[in-house]
Design a protein around this ligand. Structure first.
Ligand code: NCD
Length: 355
């Protein structure tokens, strides 16, 4: 069964096809209005969300399909002790495709390994968020006419910001990419993500100064400091307003530098920037719905093919994942599995952390 856990599950050519489909939908939505008639999407959101859940739901309705959803994870069987794996197995009997969001890294893979229908990761803890990346890619492509040859600044919470992790993974496969990671010391990009981007051929630089980085950027990706992922509330308070993009700082940016943000914003982009034609974060929202439509169409048609693409299996053995925020350390009966990374280290199959 083909599922999408991270953007790297989709080949570069497939990303291109999804972008083409999304643009086609945008130009002629009527052509797709019954494309998913008779199909059901289940949205399983174990973490607060409005926009992503509504984006999936709007996407399915615009394809002529139906949506079933858990009213509130707090009232579901999870409170009775059900595992994500069991929930996904059960919901496979009700729906043709599942979109799942969960606070634990690796939850989407755990669900996909037991589901009988495709699972789309709608955000798993601080790990990844591939459909936000699809929205980001379409926005960059629509505004710039290309995805390669770009200097991309990523600013804010690069440690817990799952949208950044997925975006770097996706973009580093294009030629001539340069990432400028702008964050406080405490919220730096996890080293394995920077290393993988470099291995893919991208340049990765780190700085704590937004002002110094701004003049060189083609894309500035602002992020919210992820309050819900901090163990220490005081640390959050200290770091929450580390960066604020305002009109004065925008004057340092190139005339054609675009500003993205996955939303919701707190105070990292002043509302005065909304008037700037380079601000593209509300365009991203619409693009997110279009790309989710394209992805749902793609996965439902793949699911009808007799030959199915498998999920990564990894290996079991002595390996124990050391990440307390990983699903394999919270699901009853979850098996710890690992894969060997290109640098030779063992990584948890679910959350990618080194053991
Ligand atoms: C992002 C997320 O959930 O990771 N938001 C979203 O999908 N709309 C970013 C965030 O919450 O800061």
């Amino acid at each position: 069964m083909r599922s999408v856990i991270d953007t790297t599950d989709l080949r570069v050519e497939e990303l291109r096809e999804l972008i083409d489909t999304a643009l086609d939908i945008s130009g002629d939505p009527g052509k797709y209005a019954s494309a998913c008639r008779g199909k059901k999407l289940a949205t399983l959101f174990f973490e607060p969300s409005t926009r992503t859940r509504m984006s999936f739901e709007a996407a399915m309705y615009e394809l002529g399909g139906n949506v079933i959803s858990m009213a509130d994870a707090g009232t579901s069987s999870v409170t009775k002790g059900e595992t994500v794996a069991d929930t996904a197995k059960v919901v496979s009997c009700y729906a043709d495709i599942i979109a799942l969001r969960h606070p634990k890294a690796g939850a989407a893979l755990a669900a996909a390994r037991s589901a009988d229908v495709p699972v789309i990761n709608a955000g798993d803890g601080g790990h990844c968020h591939p459909t936000q990346t699809l929205a980001d890619l379409l926005t960059v492509y629509a505004q710039k006419g290309r995805l390669e040859g770009m200097t991309v600044g990523l600013c804010g919470d690069l440690l817990y910001g799952r949208t950044v992790h997925s975006l770097i993974g996706a973009l580093s496969r294009y030629d001539d990419m340069r990432f400028v990671c702008i964050s406080p010391q405490e919220l730096r990009l996890p080293s394995h993500i920077a290393e993988e981007a470099k291995r893919a051929g991208a340049a990765v630089e780190e700085t704590s100064s937004l002002e110094e980085a701004l003049p060189e950027l083609d894309v500035l990706y602002m992020t919210r400091v992820q309050k819900e992922r901090f163990d220490d509330p005081e640390q959050y308070e200290r770091l929450k307003s580390a960066y604020v993009l305002d009109a004065a700082r925008m004057s340092l940016a190139k005339k054609d530098c675009i500003v993205l943000h996955p939303l919701p914003r707190v105070d990292e982009i002043a509302t005065e920037v909304d008037e700037d034609p380079r601000a593209c974060y509300f365009k991203q929202v619409r693009n997110g719905k279009l790309m989710r439509m394209a992805l749902i169409l793609n996965l439902l048609s793949e699911a009808e093919k007799p030959e199915k693409e498998g999920l990564p299996q990894g290996e079991a053995g002595e390996f124990r994942c050391a990440n307390p925020k990983c699903i394999c350390n919270s699901e009853r009966g979850a098996e710890h599995r690992y894969r060997r990374a290109e640098d030779g280290t063992l990584r948890c199959l679910y959350c990618d952390e080194r053991s």
